[in-house]
Design a protein around this ligand. Sequence first.
Ligand code: DOR
Ligand code: ZN
Length: 346
Amino acid sequence: MELTITQPDDWHLHLRDGDLLKAVVPHSASHFGRAIVMPNLKPPVTTTAAAMAYRESILKALPANRKFTPLMTLYLTDNTSPDEIKLARKSGVVFAVKLYPAGATTNSQDGVTDLFGKCLPVLEEMAKQNMPLLVHGEVTDPNVDIFDREKVFIETVLQPLIQRLPRLKIVMEHITTLDAVKFVESCKEGFVAATVTPQHLVLNRNAIFQGGLQPHNYCLPVLKRETHRQAIVSAVTSGSKKFFLGTDSAPHERRKKECPCGCAGVYNAPVALSLCAMVFEEMGALDKLEAFTSFNGSDFYGLPRNTSKIKLCRATWVVPEAFSFPFGDIIPMFAGKTLEWQPSSI
Ligand code: DOR
Ligand code: ZN
């Protein structure tokens, strides 16, 4: 069996910089046409000038003859100015602004400490410029249980934000709960949407502890219980336009994952489309796969859909145990496992 679909885009991707960028960009570029590139580098990409420079280094790292368009983002801080948003819009290369609550995840230490106190003028300018806000939707209060941080964020930040700025476009990134599904479904189409990762579609929190601690299944927001996974699968296979693929592929060198205080992040770029096809097939919804991977995201961002196609063949393949580079190994999601769907460009 074979499926031909419009080339997918990745609406949430970590490409890093330096050697890691060169190592991982070919994987994303071999399947995806465009990607929203996360700005949580060290130091973070807080200005349009930095985003333009980062974009150049991504293009330079691409294999020859590979067409892949990085869609850049800015990292929101307490000090981002409304003028920076005007510059970003004018540049034509910045497509969104990312909100990391300070301390929520990898390289979020420069993130926002007080959204309503410090960022309202910037958010107002974003609404004016039709610039989407991408949110890492977790509160950082250590007294809130890690499995409840998304739900509490919806109640204490997102709902008040939408009340205040109903015309701001918001993407709730990497949703993990039934609560997030219900919230996004209740919002106005075209203003609030959500990205969904392969790991939150196929794994529940048992996968972090299966037969011992599994660092390569640790990401943030952390995997949740099975009922939440099922709610997300139902949402994406329902045909709703509000949900689209954002892999959150987040490479870390093996020794930064397999150590006493391992980094959060799942490297899924090589397996993302295979896993999506698997989930949609299991749900008898293969006819809805293309909208999730290739239409809903570009429609939300107001960008044209890709015109190129890719093929997904029903052929087994084994995920490499590791990708090895002079600087170290990167372990992909589902390393060593056999998958049923193989993507290829046509
Ligand atoms: O698991 C994650 N890894 N979640 C994030 O929010 C950041 C990402 C990273 O940059 O490694
Ligand atoms: Zn991410």
